[in-house]
Design a binder for this molecule. Structure first.
Ligand code: PLP
Length: 466
């Protein structure tokens, strides 16, 4: 990096941002299921092991979202009130990372889609606004949800404020302690946020009785929110990732990226995104996978996950519960087992035991690759990125930054100029404690406990029918 010059003439004269006019914001979400060569396996009822029907999901979600969950239509229209709110920050910018390219000395062309410009600071409002809209249309007064990093909780709190819906958020305890300002943001939007496991639900109390200092997990927080939603007719549950309809709502990210790359006169050879439950990854990748399946250009797609919670690279593809207390149906996905509690590393949004069934399915079809990184190398990549591009990524997004940098360095080694597109899915302005710990040398590369993983996997439900 020595001798790197910000006022380089070449840098100053070439485009850095590709901006779409509001009128070019997508009018429909894209549903990958329409283009898949084989449909994803069915969701099963845990009691009967038979495929579930819409009625099984009705206590948790409004009908319109259940229809989207099972839809095979290629395009699903975005309702005008949702587009109206999207316009507050969408279309989001696509950047060409010219300074990063220069710092790395790579012939690669690196592009990043920046979702951190949303009110909550990540891609999560893309689905929060849609879910709050459909719940309001169904007359719902309250929504219960989980949050890991706090990005999803803040996003639903924001959407709830816009649609007059009360929001209750169960925040994974370790993140609740690491990020008090995320909780303050949720409260500013009018939501109530409690640390999970909590005393407010039967499953929270049962877990605390066994281990009073339990750090929490997304699986437990989901159980608590589902339990609350199932108890009241005026309350539904909302999930910030994993489900088909959530991934669907995120496809605005990839659809906009396609139009912006067209403005740049380019097309990606490689797409990189981090994976927690799979929604920002699907958002940027699925429209490109669909184009490829319809005969378009082939793109390598790389999912980056934390080595301390390596769902795609280490977890078997099996039927499992989405939550720890086993209140959800069974979905076929890459999973580390529903009782698995990952170590408390700083990318809280990536600490989920499972992976979106659709992302897992495309992995099985050989349409995507997956790679796992430890957190220190991701923070190192994020700091380099901040120093050259100015934007401070969320710890989750650092995984994508690291993945993109590695791809760019590979281009350098091979002397090949490839176009790399990655999803900079959120900013890290509420994650400064993590950066401070990193600079103070307090962060370590934590590994998961092999014995705990074996135990969690031994508890996988036995499903032979499907
Ligand atoms: C900034 C950010 N990126 C990524 C994720 C991971 O979720 P997903 O894989 O659904 O995008 C989260 C989850 O909270 C997040 O906050």
């Amino acid at each position: 990096m020595a001798g790197f010059c910000f006022l380089d003439k070449e840098i100053m004269t070439e485009s850095v941002k590709y901006l779409l006019d509001e009128s070019r914001m997508p009018k429909s979400w894209y549903n990958l299921v329409a283009d898949l060569p084989t449909p994803p396996p069915p969701v099963l009822h845990p009691g009967t092991l038979q495929p579930i029907g819409p009625d099984d999901l009705a206590p948790l979600f409004p009908r319109s979202l259940i229809q989207q969950e099972v839809s095979t239509e290629r395009e699903i229209e975005i309702p005008e009130p949702v587009r109206d709110i999207y316009r507050q920050w969408r279309p989001t910018p696509l950047y060409r990372a010219r300074r990063l390219e220069k710092a790395l000395g790579t012939p690669a062309r690196i592009y990043y889609k920046y979702e951190g410009v949303s009110p909550a600071g990540s891609h999560k409002p893309n689905t929060a606004v849609a879910q709050a809209f459909y719940n309001r249309e169904a007359g719902i007064k309250r929504i219960a949800t989980e949050t890991g990093a706090g990005q999803w909780g803040s996003s639903l709190a924001f959407a709830g404020a816009l649609f007059g819906i009360e929001v209750q958020v169960f925040m994974v305890r370790v993140s609740y302690q690491q990020k008090p300002y995320r909780r303050a943001l949720m409260e500013t939007y009018g939501a109530r946020c409690v640390a999970s496991p909590s005393e407010e639900t039967a499953c929270g109390r049962a877990i605390l009785a066994q281990r009073p200092d339990h750090p929490g997990s997304l699986g437990i927080a989901i159980s608590e929110a589902v339990e609350v939603a199932a108890q009241r007719d005026d309350t539904k549950y909302a999930l910030g990732s994993v489900l088909n309809h959530v991934l669907l709502h995120q496809t605005v990210v990839g659809l906009e990226s396609m139009a912006q790359l067209e403005m740049a006169g380019d097309y990606p050879d490689v797409i990189v995104a981090c994976t927690g439950g799979g929604s920002n990854f699907a958002g940027i990748a699925f429209p490109f996978i669909g184009a490829q399946l319809r005969g378009g250009q082939r793109v390598r797609i790389v999912a980056i996950e934390p080595a301390a919670c390596p769902t795609l690279t280490r977890g078997p593809y099996a039927y499992d519960f989405g939550d720890t207390a086993h209140l959800t149906p069974l979905t076929k996905m890459h999973t580390l087992g529903s009782t698995f509690t990952p170590p408390g590393f700083h990318a809280g949004g990536l600490r989920y035991h499972g992976m979106a069934p659709l992302v897992s399915h495309v992995k099985e079809l050989g349409l995507i690759e997956a790679r796992a990184y430890h957190q220190l190398s991701c923070f190192e990549a994020g700091v380099l990125f901040a120093r050259v591009e100015g934007i401070l990524p969320a710890p989750e997004a650092n995984h994508a930054v690291k993945g993109a940098i590695d791809e760019a360095l590979r281009c350098k080694e091979e002397g090949i100029s490839r176009a790399i597109l990655f999803n900079l899915c959120g900013h890290g302005h509420f994650d400064m404690q993590a950066y401070m710990d990193y600079f103070a040398g307090k962060l370590t590369d934590q590994s998961y406990d092999e014995a705990e993983l074996a135990m969690a996997l031994s508890g996988l439900p036995s499903v032979t029918a499907a």
